[in-house]
Design a protein around this ligand. Sequence first.
Ligand code: SAH
Length: 451
Amino acid sequence: MGQIVRGKCLDISSEGKGVAKVGKNIYFVDGLFVGEEADIEVLYQRAGVYFGKVKKLYTLSKDRIQPKCKVCTSCGGCQYQQINYQTQLEYKTKRVKEALTRIGGVKTNVLPCLGMNNPYYYRNKIQMPYGKDRKGNVVYGFFKENSHEIIPVKECVIEDKRAASILWDIKELVKQMNIPTYNEDNGRGILRYVLIRTSYHYKELMVVLVTSIMNFPGQRNFIDALVKLHPEITTIVENINKRHTNVILGNSEKVLYGPGYIKDKILDLTFEISASSFFQVNPVQVEKLYQNALELIKIDEKSVVLDAYSGVGTIGLIAAKNAKKVISVEINRSAHENAKENAKRNGVTNIEFYCDDAGHFIDNYQGKIDTVIMDPPRKGSDEKFLSVLIRNSIKQIVYISCDPETLARDIKYLSSHYGVTYVQPVDMFPMTAHVETILCLSLIGNKTSKN
Ligand code: SAH
C-alpha cells in the first residue's frame, strides 16, 4: 500500500466515493468526482477493490464548489460538500436507478431526487465527543476515522445553527470548572459527549450530557451557568454511559433541568422526543417525504393500513386520519411505548400498536390488511415479511427506504407478484451520499390501485 496510481473517475460508488479503473484494478477514492483525473494514493485493499485518497488533482469537475466546512475532507460525514447541490441530487437519482436495475432487475422510471431549498443547517440532532488534544486543551468535534483523536469543529454546516454556540460555551465552562473530559483510551474522565436536539416548530432545545458517572462534581453550578448563558435551552438530561464502547448513549438517564423531552411537529401532529428517541433528523424533508408517500396510496374510511417498522408511530398516526384503522408494528420496546403516547397526545384512536418483529406479526395476524406502509432500517426487510405480503395478496405497498441497495434486493423478491408504479428519491441528508426512496408497488392484475 502507499503506491500512487493515476486514474480518471468514471462513476460514484454507493458510499459516495469516486470510482476509477486503472488497468484491471478498481479504486474507490474519497473526494474524487466524475470526470476528474488524479494521482491516487492507495490506502488499503478489501474484497479485491482498492481504497485510496487523492494525492494530486489534474482535472477538476466543473461541478466542484468551495466547501463551507474546513474539515469536510477529514471528518468523513459529508461525502458531497465539495460538489454543487444539483449534481448531488443527480448522483442520488442515479444511485437509486442503478440499484433497481442492477440488483432489483427492474427497469422503471425514477423521478428526480427531491431536494431542499436550503441544503445546509438542517439536522435537528448533533452529537460531539469532548476530550483533550495533545497539548491538553479541551476540544470537541468528530473522531478521526479509526482513531480516538478528536478533530475540532466549531460549527458543523449541516447541523441546526443554534447548536454551535452552546457547544462552544460548554467547552469554556468545562475548562473553567475543571470538569474532566473522558479519555477513550484509558476510560478515565467524566464528560464523554454532548448531544443537542432542536425542535423545528417549537422554541425548545435539549442538551444531553453523556457522562461516565452519575452526578459529576460541580454539576449544579455547571447547569446554572449553562442555562444562564443560553436561556433557549429548555431541558438538560444527563445520560450515563459507563461502558468502554463507541455506542454514544448509555441506558440510564437523569433529568437535570426542564421536562426531559422536547416536542416537535410533523404535519399536524405533535411528538415528544426524549434523549434516546429515534426521530427523523431532517424536519423540512420529513414532511415532504410523508406527504408524498401518503398521496400515492388510496386510503379511505374502509381501509386498514399496516405501518410496519413504525418507530415512534409517525407515519401511521398521520395515515390514520383518512383510514378506518391503522395497525402499527415496531420491534423496539421504547419506540413502541413512545408511539402509544404519541397516539394519546394527538387524540388518535383508530390505531393499534404491537411490539413485535414485523415478519412474525404479519404471519400471525388474522384480520384483513389493504395497504402496507413499510419503512425498515438500513438492512431492509426479510423474506418472512415479504413472503406474507405475497401470500396475502396485499393490494398496495409503499416502501420507504434509506438504502437503495437493500430496497432493490427486496423489490427483486416481490417482483414476481408486484409491479413498481412509482419511485421518488427524497434528499433527507444533503451533503452526504445517503438517499431516502419512496417506492410504490401494485399487485400485478390489481385494478383498484391508483397508479
Ligand atoms: N417509520 C419510522 C421509523 C423508521 S426506522 C419513522 O419514520 O420514524 C426503522 C424502525 O424499524 C426502527 O424503529 C427499528 O426499531 C424498527 N425495526 C427494526 N427491525 C424490525 C423488525 N424486525 N420488526 C419490526 N420493527 C423493526
